[in-house]
Structure formats: structure tokens, C-alpha cells
Ligand binder design. Structure first.
Ligand code: PEP
Length: 249
């Protein structure tokens, strides 16, 4: 069975609550699609107004991060129950910016993955190499480690329902997109890694996105690849262009 494409916007630290609602109103008609899952991953403070603004549309709302404990003395963190109560369906975990600036590791990402599943939230787990790693020829070794540790203790059924975003760090926010061949090669490698951990059926079911300077001009070619099931989109998700990415065909 063909995998359904999923196009998710990562708004990062952009848009106040009132700006967020205005952006949803602008994008709503542009991202209407029956063929693709559309997700807006928004800053924590925007979640409640964005969920409200997306009611009755095809848009699902995701968080950009989540803590792995249920509740308690973790000042500044957001719990999974807070997210589900607010209407969140997806959560981005292990984005390279969180790994780089907020000391997230494969192990903390794994704890968050397990907690997300416990609460019925679909993780979009990010992985990706630096330019240096690519040049050293260790891209796949590095990513396999991220995937293997990230999915420790995750059941095959949970893995089937998850999303992995392959995001080469050198392509994020730089305007430098991986070539279609580079993106497909790594996404296929990630699928093979999932097949090794679980089985072919799980590898066939899991959705793998490409992320890194996806725009209205390159989405169609990237998403047409056999192992690329959509995109995680940063900069272009804040513009009308996002509608063109969702309706890439
Ligand atoms: C991202 O934030 O995950 C991302 C891929 O950003 P951009 O599309 O701006 O490169």
C-alpha cells in the first residue's frame, strides 16, 4: 500500500499568538488537500489559538518539543498530557537545533519518543549529519546511530505509525538543498535501518520526510522519490509558498 505523504511546517521560534492565528487564516485555503497530511508544528504558546483556528480544516497541529516526564518540578517544560489536552497530535523530537543549542542527545530523544507513544502523540523524529560528517563519509553511520538509539524500546506497531525527518544540518535554513539523489539515498538507508531493527513491513509503513530548504520549486522532485514521504519545512512554512509545497503535484 502506498504511504500517505505528510508535509509538516516547523515554525521554530516565530509568530506571536495573534500573528500565528493570522498566518493560519492566510494558509488555510492554500493547504487544503485530500491527498497529503498537513501539520503545523508551532511554538508552545501558539498551540491553543492555532488548534482553535484549525478546527474544521484538514490541518493537524504539532508541538516543536516536549519533556519526557509526566509532571513536576521541571520549570519551563511542557508535558505530554498538556499537549494532548490542548489538541496536539504530533511532536517534533530531536530537531538539530534542539540537539545543538539545548543539549538534546539520542538518549533524551529516545525517552521523549517512548513518552510520546504512551500519550498517543505521533513523533516526528529528526536525524541528520553535519557537513563535516558528510565529507568524512560517515553520514549513514551517524544517522543509523540516531535512529537505533531513538527507537530503543519502541514497538513495531509504534514504529509503523511514526515519522522520521531526515534533515542534513548543512541544508537547514541555508538555502542549500540536498540533491534529490543525496536525499533519497539517506532516506532509503534509514528505511533499511528500520527493516533491520524490525522487519520489512515496518520499514514499508514508516513515513520518512526530507527537510532542509524545501521550497515550492524543489518539493515535487524530492517528494517523487521512492523513499521520501513528504517534508519537514522550516522557512517556507511561514509563507504562502507552503500551500504550493503541500499541493506539490
Ligand atoms: C527545519 O526547520 O526543520 C528546516 C528544514 O528548515 P528550513 O526548511 O528553513 O531549511
Amino acid at each position: 500500500m502506498a504511504r500517505r505523504k505528510i508535509v509538516a511546517g516547523n515554525w521554530k521560534m516565530n509568530k506571536t499568538p495573534s500573528e500565528a492565528v493570522a498566518l493560519v487564516e492566510e494558509l488555510k485555503p492554500l493547504v487544503a488537500s485530500e491527498d497529503v497530511d498537513v501539520v503545523f508544528c508551532v511554538p508552545a504558546i501558539d498551540i491553543i489559538p492555532v488548534v482553535e483556528a484549525c478546527k474544521g480544516t484538514n490541518i493537524q497541529v504539532g508541538a516543536e518539543n516536549m519533556y519526557f516526564e509526566e509532571s513536576g518540578a521541571y520549570t519551563g517544560e511542557i508535558s505530554p498530557a498538556m499537549l494532548t489536552d490542548a489538541g496536539i497530535k504530533y511532536v517534533v523530537l530531536g530537531h538539530s537545533e534542539r540537539r545543538e543549542y539545548f543539549a538534546e542527545t539520542n538518549e533524551t530523544v529516545n525517552k521523549k519518543m517512548l513518552k510520546a507513544f504512551e500519550h498517543g502523540i505521533t513523533p516526528i523524529m529528526c536525524c541528520g549529519e553535519t557537513l563535516e560528517q558528510r565529507e568524512q563519509g560517515v553520514t549513514m553511520d551517524f544517522i543509523r546511530q540516531q535512529v537505533k538509539v531513538g527507537f530503543m524500546g519502541v514497538t513495531a506497531d509504534q514504529a509503523k505509525a511514526s515519522v522520521i525527518a531526515y534533515e542534513p544540518i548543512w541544508a537547514i535554513g541555508t538555502g542549500k538543498t540536498a540533491t534529490t539523489e543525496q536525499a533519497e539515498e539517506v532516506c532509503a538507508g534509514i528505511r533499511a535501518c528500520i527493516a533491520e531493527i524490525y522487519d520489512e513491513a515496518t520499514a514499508e509503513a514508516i513515513r520518512i520526510q526530507y527537510g532542509g530548504s524545501v521550497n515550492a520549486g524543489n518539493a515535487a522532485e524530492l517528494f517523487a522519490q521512492a523513499d521520501i514521504d513528504g517534508g519537514l519545512v522550516g522557512g517556507a512554512s511561514l509563507k504562502a509558498d507552503f500551500g504550493k509545497i503541500v499541493n506539490y503535484k
